[in-house]
Ligand binder design. Structure first.
Ligand SMILES: [Zn+2]
Length: 376
C-alpha cells in the first residue's frame, strides 16, 4: 500500500475519464460516487454494508461533527475512521456550505464566519485555519478548502466578490494544512455560472497548487441545463492530472452527464435520503414504493440488482414495511439505492475503459425512458 496520495488516469473516452486515486487507506476507483455519512453514519446502513455496495470512500460533514460530538472528542476517541468503524478513505467538506445553509445568525467577515449552532444555539467561529484543524482532528483523508458559496441566482458582483474571498481562503487553507504526506487538500472552484469567473478561480487555485480540484457552487438551484452548460467548460479549466470533484451532485442522469464532461468524483444525499422516503432508483427510472400498484407485487425492485432488498424481498413486502413505518424499510431501500449508484459508477468505469461510453450512455437513457416494469 502506498504511503502517498496519488491519482492515476487509466483511460479516457471523449471527455469521460476512469482512473484510481491511491491513498494509504485504500484505492478509490474513479469515476467515484461517495455516499454521505453526515453525522458519522450513512443513515440506516452499517458501514460494512456500505462497503459491500462497492463504495471506496465516504463523505463526512465538518459542520455537523464539529457541533456534535465535536472534533476534539472524535480525536480523543481515535479519529473518525475508528469512531464510526470505517477503515476506507473519508472526505470531509469544510463546513462552509452547511454554515450557510443550516446555521442561524451568520456573520461573514474576511477572517471567517461566526454563527449559531442549529443544534443548541451555541456560538461558533469557523475560519480556514479552524476548518483545517477540525478536518485534521477528524483524520479526514481528503480535506476540502474552506470556502463560501452563494446561492444561485445571485448578482454577478456578489458571485465575483464571494469567489475572490474563497480564493484568499484557499491560500490560507493551503498554508494551514501544512505538509501531511498521505493526505490530500482539494481546492474548490467557484464563480457561479460566469465563465470568466470560473477561469479566474481555476487560475488562482492552480497557482496555489492542490492534490485535487473541486467544482463548487453548482447544484444550488440553477437546474440541470445550466449546470451542464457550466460543466461543458469548467472541468477543462482544471489540471488534467488531478482528480476533479463535483460537489453535491446528484440525480443519476446528473451524474452520468457530469462524468461525460470529465468529472471524477461526486457525492449526494439523494440515494440515502430517498431510501427513507420510499423513492427507489432503478435501471428503468424512479419508482415510489408507497404506490398501491406494488402491494400485491411479488417481484423485486430491480431484477438485475444484487442487493439484499432485491435478492430477498418483494415489492409487496417493501410496500408493506414502508407503509407500516418499519425501520427495515429504510435499511433495505437505502441499501438498494446505494447499490444502484455504485453499480452505475462501475458500469461507467467499465464503459470508459472499454471505449464504449457513448453507446453506454444511449442505453442508460433508453432504459430509463421505458419507465418502471408493467404492473401485474
Ligand atoms: Zn436492489
Amino acid at each position: 500500500m502506498t504511503k502517498r496520495f496519488s491519482f492515476q488516469l487509466n483511460a479516457t473516452d471523449g471527455k469521460a475519464r476512469s482512473g484510481v486515486i491511491d491513498t494509504p487507506r485504500g484505492q478509490i476507483r474513479t469515476p467515484a460516487f461517495m455516499p454521505v455519512g453526515t453525522a458519522a453514519t450513512v443513515k440506516a446502513m452499517m458501514p460494512e454494508s456500505v462497503a459491500a455496495t462497492g463504495a471506496d470512500i465516504l463523505l463526512g460533514n465538518t459542520y455537523h461533527l464539529m457541533l456534535r460530538p465535536t472534533a476534539e472528542r472524535i480525536d480523543r476517541l481515535g479519529g473518525l475512521h475508528k469512531f464510526m468503524n470505517w477503515s476506507k478513505p473519508i472526505l470531509t467538506d469544510s463546513g462552509g456550505f452547511q454554515v450557510m445553509s443550516l446555521a442561524s445568525l451568520r456573520k461573514l467577515t474576511e477572517e471567517g464566519v461566526t454563527f449559531k449552532s442549529h443544534v443548541d444555539g451555541s456560538k461558533h467561529h469557523l475560519t480556514p485555519e479552524r476548518s483545517m484543524e477540525i478536518q485534521r482532528l477528524l483524520g479526514s483523508d481528503i480535506v476540502m478548502c474552506f470556502d463560501e458559496c452563494p446561492a444561485l441566482p445571485a448578482e454577478r458582483d456578489r458571485i465575483a466578490d464571494s469567489m475572490r474571498l474563497s480564493m484568499r481562503w484557499a491560500e490560507r487553507s493551503r498554508d494551514a494544512f501544512g505538509d501531511r504526506p498521505g493526505y490530500a487538500l482539494f481546492g474548490i472552484q467557484q464563480g457561479g455560472l460566469e465563465r470568466d469567473l470560473r477561469e479566474e478561480s481555476a487560475e488562482a487555485l492552480k497557482a496555489i497548487g492542490f492534490e485535487g480540484y473541486a467544482i463548487g457552487g453548482l447544484a444550488v438551484g440553477e437546474g440541470q441545463e445550466a449546470m451542464f452548460d457550466c460543466l461543458d467548460y469548467a472541468p477543462d479549466t482544471l489540471p488534467q492530472d488531478r482528480p476533479r470533484y463535483l460537489m453535491g451532485v446528484g440525480k443519476p442522469d446528473d451524474i452520468v452527464g457530469a462524468v461525460a464532461r470529465g468529472v471524477d468524483m461526486m457525492d449526494c444525499v439523494l440515494p440515502s435520503r430517498s431510501g427513507r422516503t420510499g423513492q427507489v432508483f432503478t435501471r428503468r427510472g424512479v419508482l415510489n414504493i408507497k404506490n398501491a400498484r406494488h402491494q400485491d407485487d411479488p417481484r423485486p425492485l430491480d431484477e438485475h440488482c444484487s442487493c439484499p432488498a432485491c435478492r430477498n424481498y418483494s415489492r409487496a413486502y417493501l410496500h408493506h414495511v414502508f407503509r407500516s413505518h418499519e425501520i427495515i424499510s429504510s435499511m433495505l431501500m437505502t441499501w438498494h439505492n446505494l447499490q444502484y449508484y455504485q453499480d452505475l459508477m462501475q458500469a461507467m468505469r467499465d464503459a470508459i475503459s472499454e471505449g464504449r461510453f457513448t453507446a453506454w450512455q444511449a442505453e442508460f437513457h433508453a432504459q430509463r425512458e421505458q419507465g418502471d416494469i408493467e404492473p401485474l
